[in-house]
Write a protein that binds this ligand. Structure first.
Ligand code: SAH
Length: 360
């Protein structure tokens, strides 16, 4: 066990078992030893690779998608372009470069980056240096300052990093899965001895069987509610791209990844990225309750194809023939169903009573 694991063990010894969500929060965000506080996770030298790092076309098409939604809504003044968890800042840089085709948009937009990690904020600032004329600011979290202007919001692989709670179906009902200590003081999962009162699974899901696992992401649904509330009131659009599922079954999706490989979850907290699949139907439900019109989710490959990734890749390859192979390999990785093409999905959150946004 590492030093952070020992601290978590002392916490459990002192106050009892902790939830999976609390474990995730500490492992990812502990200020001294948490994963995001101590790592630059993304890219060949990191632990995982994300779509904007695979191909510049990804950020470009998402940027153009925002501009198109803004135009569809009559080019409202003072649009905000917000990104949740911008990583290395690559997506936003590519999006702004592509969005610069619309001078009116780029001259009016305010960019807000919501980022927990100081190390990643520094990398993002460096990446956005070419866009001197665009005002950029950082926030720790989505707050009420974002609820006054039309909100165009992008989030790629952000919701999967938010802490989940897990419940196991037992003969007495849904019991929470906890993290506790075994006889050797190692961290282990255990099932709470009592059922969680008042926990009901959505009617869209099948009838649970003993041993089924139900995951909920309270920070994710709470955040979606705030975003949808702002969009319903002030206009805008949100585009959530992530790996996840649509509805129906039960199952455990919590996973740890280090050095581009799956890792154990409890053994070395803070040293691996921990994430869970996104429950898109839960996000749609709260968005609808907050007055928005959710569209999708659609598979990432269909979404990008519809936005014109193929002609864009051909144009880039034509401009830079020596990079042709790498350009097409990147695009294939985003589209191939065996790679990122269908596991990843795009969900749009729109104000009510508007035309369908591009690619939905
Ligand atoms: N969107 C980027 C990075 C994905 S990794 C890309 O596609 O490459 C997840 C990102 O979310 C990181 O930037 C991480 O630091 C940030 N993050 C994770 N949890 C967060 C939280 N609770 N608040 C703010 N940022 C968070």
């Amino acid at each position: 066990m590492n030093a952070l694991g020992e601290r978590i063990a002392r916490l459990i010894a002192a106050q009892g078992p902790i939830s999976v969500a609390q474990f995730m929060t500490i492992a990812l965000h502990d200020p001294q030893a948490g994963y995001y506080a101590t790592h630059d996770p993304i890219g060949a030298g990191g632990d995982f690779i994300t779509a904007p790092e695979v191909s510049q076309t990804f950020g470009e098409l998402l940027g153009l998608w925002c501009v198109e939604c803004w135009r569809q809504q009559g080019s409202p003044p003072n649009p905000l372009l917000v990104e949740l968890g911008p990583g290395r800042g690559t997506l936003m840089a590519d999006a702004l470069r592509a969005a610069s085709v619309d001078r009116e948009f780029i001259d009016n937009v305010d960019v807000v980056l919501i980022e927990a990690s100081p190390a990643l904020r520094a990398i993002q600032a460096e990446m956005l240096k070419p866009f001197v004329a665009v005002p950029v600011r950082w926030l720790d979290r989505f707050d009420e300052t974002l609820e006054k202007q039309p909100l165009f919001l992008l989030a790629n692989e952000f919701f999967d990093a938010l802490p989940i709670r897990q419940y196991i179906f037992t003969p007495t009902g849904w019991c929470e899965r906890m993290v506790t200590l075994d006889d050797n003081d190692a961290l282990v999962f255990a099932t709470a001895p009592f059922a969680q009162p008042g926990l009901h699974t959505p009617t869209s899901r099948k009838t649970p069987r003993i041993g089924d696992i139900y995951e909920i992401c309270l920070p994710g649904t709470a955040l979606m509610e705030e975003i949808a509330f702002a969009i319903a009131r002030n206009g805008g659009a949100a585009l959530i791209v992530d790996y996840g599922y649509d509805q129906s079954g039960f199952g455990e999706t919590l996973q740890a990844v280090a050095g581009h490989r799956f890792a154990t979850i409890l053994e070395r907290p803070g040293e691996a990225d921990i994430s869970a699949h996104v429950d898109f139907s839960a996000l749609c439900t709260v968005a609808r309750q907050a007055g928005c019109d959710p569209r999708g989710p659609v598979a990432q490959n269909a979404f990008l194809a519809e936005l014109g990734i193929a002609p864009r890749a051909a144009k880039l390859a034509g401009q830079n023939p020596s990079a042709k192979k790498a350009i097409y390999e990147g695009v294939l990785r985003l589209l191939d169903p065996a790679q990122m093409g269908t596991l990843f999905k795009a969900l749009a959150i729109m104000p009510p009573h508007l035309p369908t946004p591009p690619a939905f």
